[in-house]
Write a protein that binds this ligand. Sequence first.
Ligand code: GLU
Length: 547
Amino acid sequence: MDLKKLASALIPDKDLLPTAEYEKIYPERRMEVKAEVTRLAPSPTGFIHLGNLYSALADERSAHTTGGIFYLRIEDTDEKRKVDGAVESVIRSLRYFGIGFDEGAEIDSPLNKYGPYYQRQREKIYKSFVKDLIEKGLAYPCFCSEEELGSVRERQTANKETTGYYGKYAKCRSLSEDEIYKNLKEGKKFVIRLKSQGSIENKIAFKDAIKGEVTVTENDQDVVILKSDGIPTYHFAHAIDDHFMRTTLVIRGEEWLSSLPVHLELHKVLGFKPPKYAHTSSLMKMDGETKRKLSKRKDPELSLDYYRKAGYFPLAVVKYLMTLLNSDFEEWCLKNPDADYRSFRFRIEKMNKSGALFDLDKLNDVSKNEISRLSAEECFEFLNGWVTEFGTDSDREHFKDRDYIVKILNLILGVGGKKRRKDIERAEQGVRLIDYFFDDTFAPEYNYRFGKDIVNAVLDGFSKLYNEADDNSVWFGKVKQVAEDVGFASEMSVYKAEPEKFGGSVSDIAEILRIAVTGKPNSPDLCSIMKILGGARSVGRMKNGRI
Ligand code: GLU
């Protein structure tokens, strides 16, 4: 058969470059040997989730801890799944978490020499290579219809055979020249398939950068490489793109591990050296007693928007994911509490071989910790960012008074104290936590543990004694005074020794005052709160708190 003629009949494009040209257009990158080139290769579906962030972080860290490059490629071969604005949303979402690309789709960079970074714009490159494979007898047209393929699959399933297009089932492999041209003349639709040279009798030993030694069976399937619309399949585009974009390390979900034999064969027939592969396991969660994959349908926390809306501190999410990526990260953080996480030596080989367990409670802890390390001004910026996007009108009104909120945050974070307080877990919860500092959002619950007589006597008594200018010790002296006036112990030790002698203790008095002023039984230092609220407002609240 005249394969050159066949290749031209199947791929009539006149303007294709010879395959060898592409080696010159996309030369090897000049980098240190250890430098890794990694990529995120999402479909532009608009949904970017925690798993993408997890894997993007592994990509970004692998590249940037080795002096390499992290780029963005858009796998838009499936037109149906395309959503407008999806690429920008990927970039924006990752940027929110401090992850940036060096190169790629919609990235303004002088490094952009390996594009186009949208697969749909790379049609000529794919076709040039497909044509070459046809000329070499390594690829052929297949005219089988969906129905034919479906009924073969049914037969294979019934016979308990491997399904697919291979061996005796690869019908179009043996079409004669006449049959092919007759089909073409009739305008029959066709795809281009790889003429697999492999055999399932052969095993390939392969080293996955995460999973370690893996043995896989050689591919013998004549997989589709070019669809009937001239668009490549994932398999073929992956081989071409990762080769010519000079990716050194492909980090991708473990669902692709089963396609690895196909990818290895494609690299072989194309004459490319395969990249290193790292197949990541899915993020898991505990659902009652069982561990299962995070699911788009069941788990809102899979969506990255969830974290933005709930106001997680972005660095906390990243640091938490780092603990899942490399188990020694946590220990490193304890030893280097003030260090930038980027100075940790991330290693892909240390990644979890089985599914990492994602635990929201742990994330909350990390988030609390990170926020507690902020200055009041930094915390203001963080909360204000959330308020601007997700807060209520009244939140936005409150946040116009920066000085007032900074004062509150100094107190809430325990700035200047012996130990920082860890009361703020997320922006949403943090903003609600300070609601009581504003009259319009002050919603007291007067759940006193004492009766009317005591409560009113305490509030009246303290209101009379209170002076805004009092320092902490004078203030506390007055609380003690009120305690004595109502027959409560003014010293805890005295109360503890003989509790039956008193109606309560000084700490009960403070609780009554706290409930009246803040609306709840727990808060940071009450004397400071009263100072921030101001004398008149504090006394007003004590009056309103009477029952
Ligand atoms: N577009 C593929 C996906 O989103 C990329 C897989 C890969 O990273 O190679 O699953």
